[in-house]
Design a protein around this ligand. Structure first.
Ligand code: PMP
Length: 441
């Protein structure tokens, strides 16, 4: 079973692709996959088959949206039916009202909603609303968080090359963000203040000192993009209290955690009310849709035309029907799928920890429900960006490559997603594969 995997067809197609498709992939991250960016033949449930005939248990899950797994029948049917009536009108339809109402019912902080196509766009809109609402400009964001690739907020990531800007340049001080890419506006980034996350005193000092200029603090509720690190007890509450006191909008970027961690997102889970949330990924179950939701007092800047929000395909019928079908599955029987998804993820995490111990590999798995980060590291805990950066990323990349040869598809960076269709048999096979993969590292 092991080491018989060949990637010849993927290699041939990748070469062909590079002739016509700039970089050979449609999103830069995908180029990092080893030994080659895979070309897919088909996918169903928790399984994916590539063009060489190799089959994998999929924990990449399209980088997060596939919370129902691949081609879930409810999603297929709903999108098929929508398509028969027209994919997009550039006019209004009931699906938009139903979805927006549904979101206000499900997300605790949502009084009103705006629909977009991607997480990046939702974040752009949330930041624009916050700036217009406060009539201030500056954005506070955190090391290791990711909020999409717009000029407004993208910074080099992971950020080992960030330059301290504080006079003393202490290791954990405020830093000036560097552009995440060539061609990015440094002027846009000059309004971004980058802080280490989970440092409540530094946050308080920064917000108090900059309160007349700072419009918004944007945070992932759990640092899913860098180690799946939980907020320290009281940290998000302090952020909430300070932002409220100082007239700063708090945006929780729930593009990963929204509908993944529970039906009310992480803010529902933590019982904390940000002013705005952004959701995407899992909302559409694999179809492009995202939303900004929150306080009507802020959202109404869209009603009165003070803030523009545009997009040819915003609220299209395919997107709304996919989102509604996904939400139907997730909310059925009081959200029972979350219980089973979390149980499967828990067993998987335990199995991976045991496999590491058995194979003498020192490592950590940080879990937040059905999303977790696995890393090889000598650290006892990974609870901030600095300790996250001490992981052996090369060793994990090798592990991901070995796992591919064992029939398990992983993101090369260590973040795993579990869907509602992953089951105990998937876990058993995955843990056995992980043991063999580690033995061959
Ligand atoms: N915010 C967060 C927290 C994300 O993880 C991502 C994507 N990984 C985004 C925003 C951007 O979403 P998209 O890729 O859909 O533009």
């Amino acid at each position: 079973m092991t080491m018989t995997y060949q990637y010849e067809q993927s290699k041939i197609k990748f070469e062909a692709s590079r002739k016509y498709l700039a970089q050979g992939v449609a999103s830069s991250l995908r180029a990092a996959m080893k030994p080659v960016p895979l070309f897919v033949e088909s996918a169903s449930g928790s399984r994916l088959r590539d063009v060489d005939g190799n089959e994998y248990i999929d924990y990449m899950l399209g980088y997060g949206p596939l919370i129902l797994g691949h081609s879930h029948p409810a999603l297929v049917e709903s999108v098929h039916e929508a398509m028969l009536k027209g994919s997009t009108y550039g006019l209004q339809h009931d699906g938009e009202i139903t979805l927006a109402r549904r979101l206000t019912e499900l997300l605790p902080c949502a009084e009103s909603v705006a629909l977009s196509g991607s997480g990046t766009e939702a974040v752009m809109l949330a930041l624009r609303l916050a700036r217009a609402y406060t009539a201030k400009r500056k954005i506070v964001r955190f090391h290791g968080h990711y909020h999409g690739w717009s000029d407004t907020i993208f910074t080099s990531f992971p950020s080992s090359d960030m330059k301290p800007s504080g006079a003393q340049g202490q290791a954990q001080a405020e830093t000036r963000p560097l552009p995440g890419t060539g061609g990015q506006s440094e002027i846009a980034l000059s309004e971004v203040i980058l802080l280490p996350w989970n440092d409540p005193d530094l946050l308080e000092r920064t917000l108090r000192a900059g309160k007349d200029e700072i419009a918004v603090v944007i945070t992932e509720p759990v640092m899913c993009n860098s180690g799946c690190i939980l907020p320290l007890p009281g940290y998000l509450e302090r952020m909430r209290g300070l932002t409220k006191e100082l007239g700063i909008v708090m945006v929780m970027d729930e593009v990963i955690t929204g509908f993944r961690i529970g039906i009310g997102g992480a803010h529902g889970h933590f019982g904390l009310m940000p002013d705005l949330v952004t959701v995407g990924k899992a909302l559409g179950g694999g179809v492009a849709v995202s939303a900004v939701a929150g306080k009507s007092e802020i959202m109404k800047l869209l009603d009165n035309g003070a803030v523009s929000h545009l997009g040819t395909l915003n609220g299209n019928c395919i997107a709304t029907s996919a989102a509604l079908a996904t939400l139907d599955v997730l909310t059925a029987n009081g959200g029972a799928v979350y219980g089973s998804m979390n149980r499967v993820a828990g067993r998987l995490v335990q199995g991976l920890r045991d496999a590491m111990a058995k194979q003498g590999k020192k490592g950590i798995v940080n879990q937040f429900g059905p999303v977790f980060h696995m890393m090889f590291t000598a650290e006892e805990r990974v609870d901030n960006f600095a300790s996250f950066n001490k992981r052996d990323a090369g060793a994990y990349g090798l592990f991901a490559e070995r796992m591919l040869e064992e029939g398990v598809l992983l993101r090369p960076n260590g973040l795993w997603y579990v869907s509602v269709v992953h089951n105990d048999e998937d876990v058993r096979q995955t843990v056995a594969a992980a043991e063999r993969a580690m033995a061959r590292m």
